[in-house]
Design a protein around this ligand. Structure first.
Ligand code: PEP
Length: 252
């Protein structure tokens, strides 16, 4: 049985005050024990969030939304290395989010370097993939996702420390959620592709957690999470409300 995971991507949102309010709001939620819950605040708030989560004794993991592709610290003005992230106490990092692929033109090569740096530092990775609306309409969604995964395949064979998030770009922040059967089709396709690449007997094939992301809300979480290959969600906008995020965690 794969343990569900629900992750909140807070993106470039929040102030010290609103982040404090969000974390104390999470304390009031009855977060289910059988679900892994992780939040991804912006870099500036990561330390604050770690400290409050520890002091409130919440069972919530903390990660950041990016890391430098360079494994070593040094002359990279403005960058934050995976080692520094781990040193702060974060356990997770998001890699390959479509906003970074689009606005920062992050290539498969750079994403592979980021995954490698994160793994060397001992961070767990949520690796995001997904197609555009045009690609979906051309019927190449799964081929696009497979291509994105192929770039990091050697690093994926580590199901304890890597989670895949399928996030169709047309569903992110748009209010358009993919239908549960569309999501299941891609998730099952990813698992079948992993079996072809790694061999059906590989533990990764059975145990890799595959999350869905794209306008998940409390109102649609249950039907999405009920799909057999959907192991939880990566939640953007709705994770900024403790009540909404708590309800999504309970749906997983
Ligand atoms: C995301 O940015 O990862 C995301 C899924 O956003 P939203 O839930 O707002 O669509």
């Amino acid at each position: 049985m794969r343990r569900p995971l629900v992750a909140g991507n807070w993106k470039m949102n929040g102030t010290r005050a609103s982040v404090a309010e969000l974390v104390s709001g999470l304390r009031k939620q009855s977060l289910p024990e059988q679900v892994d819950v992780v939040v991804f605040p912006g870099f500036l708030h990561a330390d604050q969030v770690l400290t409050s989560i520890r002091s409130l004794d919440l069972s919530v993991g903390v990660g950041v939304q990016d890391c430098s592709p360079d494994p070593d610290c040094g002359a990279r003005t403005g960058e934050i290395s995976a080692h520094q992230i781990a040193d702060l106490g974060c356990a997770w990092v998001l890699v390959g989010h479509s906003e970074r692929r689009t606005f920062w033109s992050e290539s498969d090569e750079v994403l592979t370097q980021k995954c490698r740096a994160a793994q060397q530092a001992g961070l767990k990775i949520v690796f995001c993939v997904g197609e555009t609306l045009e690609q979906r309409e051309s019927g190449i969604s799964l081929a696009v996702v497979e291509q994105q995964l192929k770039a990091v395949l050697p690093l994926l064979d580590a199901h304890e420390t890597v989670v895949i998030a399928y996030e169709p770009i047309w569903a992110i922040g748009t209010g358009l959620t993919a239908q549960p059967n569309q999501v299941q089709e891609i998730h099952a396709g990813i698992r079948a592709w992993l079996a072809r690449c790694l061999g059906a007997g590989s533990a990764t094939v059975k145990n890799m957690r595959i999350l869905y992301g794209g306008s998940v809300k409390a109102a649609n979480a249950c039907e999405l999470f009920a799909m057999p290959d959907v192991d939880g969600g990566l939640i953007g906008g709705a994770s900024l409300s403790a009540d909404e995020f708590g309800a999504i965690c309970r749906a997983a």
